[in-house]
Design a protein around this ligand. Structure first.
Ligand SMILES: O=C(O)C1=C[C@@H](OP(=O)(O)O)[C@@H](O)[C@H](O)C1
Ligand SMILES: C=C(OP(=O)(O)O)C(=O)O
Length: 427
């Protein structure tokens, strides 16, 4: 077992951290570019395990993706069957590509890491079947591995989807829907809907590519059939990956700045400044540089994170170091993320001597004095960065398999040490 001793904060921070591109934007732009009617260019695309898996899968499906300096040039081709899609542990790959594969002229087999076999896929497969696509399951029903038997075209029409376990079920169908003969009307039938900003991101990117989307009725999205424009786009920095760095200012005191912060964004990380202020930070946006300043005091709070579940592990790490208890709500769907994040956080916080209880839809964390020990990461990049954050203040936190951060941030350790040495860190 590979252990990385999380460095203690040397004192108040003063750092500029240039965070690489957004995973969610990169993988959406790649899918849209692959389905477009002309070549496209991605600037600032993230290179990480999840985006390289997406690029590799699209290449297997007939897209040409070339490096041009730091850009990705994407030349669409007819979607090809007799292909395989290796999903790794990437939700965006396993949920976005089945609807693309349905357009292929033959079978496309989807497989992934062992941990990926536990992630829910059923609503995507049921929706494709409703749309007339044959799907063959090879393991536990509603999970990887499976084969989508493309027939070269999808009629489209109306479909009901329960997306309470993941917004990606909706995004994945919408992204390919303009290529269905009749487009798609998708109605979410579940009681809760997580990560709405990520669905809004999908809608925004479709519209930017010239696709007509009607989202005027609650929980219903209608995508008109039509061409998808090949575009030249720039990917915003990954604001959820910025979170551990910005939060480090609350743990260690001092200031951490992240350049390239968008003035408006559909990334859920756009909610961070408001959340960090409630936790005790001061935030400022000077041009496109977000500064977060802390004085070492973190306030516990009651927070519904259903819109931004992705940042919950980072907020949970702050909560264990706070001056009062924290209740995180609205994040039952985290049980289907890279690991059962509610169980993983509760187990690891408890292992260090903290107190964390799972509720039906979140966690209650009561600060207690912590001591060092192994912080298990369960192949979850955000568990690894949460351990690093706690280790800034608690001596001897040994983060297991820190390399798992490569899922979305391959140089996490380098960026983290650069931040601590106070130098400007350029990705
Ligand atoms: O569409 C996307 O890019 C994502 C949607 C969210 O998924 P869930 O709705 O499953 O939480 C988020 O947590 C994930 O990291 C990325
Ligand atoms: C839930 C996450 O990833 P995925 O895209 O694999 O669902 C995440 O990055 O926090």
């Amino acid at each position: 077992m590979d252990l990385w001793t999380a460095p203690l904060a040397p004192g108040p921070l003063d750092a500029l951290v240039d965070v690489p591109g957004s995973k969610s934007l990169t993988n959406r732009y790649l899918v849209l570019a692959a389905l477009a009617d002309a070549p496209g260019r991605l600037r600032g695309a993230l290179r990480s395990r999840d985006t390289l898996l997406m690029a590799g899968a699209l290449t297997n499906l007939g897209t040409r993706i070339e490096e041009d300096g730091t850009d990705w040039l994407v030349t669409p081709g007819a979607v090809q069957g007799s292909a395989t899609v290796q999903c790794g542990l990437a939700g965006t790959v396993m949920r976005f590509l089945p609807a693309v594969a349905a357009l292929a002229d033959g079978p496309v087999r989807f497989d992934g890491d062992d941990a990926a076999l536990a992630r829910p896929m059923g609503p995507v497969l049921t929706a494709l079947r409703t749309l007339g696509v044959r799907v063959e399951e090879h393991g536990e029903p509603g999970h990887l591995p499976f084969t989508v038997h493309g027939r070269g075209a999808v009629l489209g029409g109306q479909v009901d989807v329960d997306a309470s376990a993941s917004s990606q079920f909706v995004s994945g169908l919408l992204l390919a829907a303009a290529r269905f003969e009749r487009g798609l009307t998708l109605r979410h039938t579940g009681r809760t809907l997580p990560s709405l900003p990520h669905i809004e991101m999908t809608v925004a990117l479709l519209r930017e590519a010239g696709v007509e989307v009607d989202d005027s009725r609650p929980a219903i999205w209608q995508v008109a059939p039509g061409p998808i424009a090949g575009r030249d786009v720039r990917v915003e920095p990954d604001l959820s990956n910025a979170a551990p760095f910005l939060c480090a200012a609350l743990v260690a005191g001092g200031t951490v700045r992240v350049p390239g912060w968008p003035t408006s964004t559909t990334q859920p990380g756009g909610l961070l400044p408001g959340i960090l202020e409630r936790l005790g930070a001061t935030t400022r946006l000077d041009g496109d540089v977000l500064s977060v300043t802390g004085n070492g005091t973190i306030h516990g709070l009651d927070l519904d994170l259903h819109a931004a579940g992705e940042i919950a592990p980072t907020i949970a790490a702050l909560a264990v170091l706070a001056d009062s208890p924290t209740r995180l709500r609205g994040i039952a769907h985290l049980r289907g993320h890279e690991t059962d994040r509610l169980a993983a956080l509760a187990a690891e916080i408890t292992r260090l001597g903290g107190q964390a209880e799972q509720t039906s839809d979140g966690l209650v964390i009561t600060p207690r004095p912590l001591s060092g020990g192994t912080w298990h990461t369960y192949e979850d990049h955000r568990m690894a960065t949460a351990g690093a954050l706690i280790g800034l203040r608690v001596p001897g936190v040994e983060v297991e398999d820190v390399a798992t951060t490569a899922k979305t941030l391959p140089d996490f350790v380098g960026l983290w040490s650069g931040m601590l040495s106070g130098s400007a860190v350029l990705a």
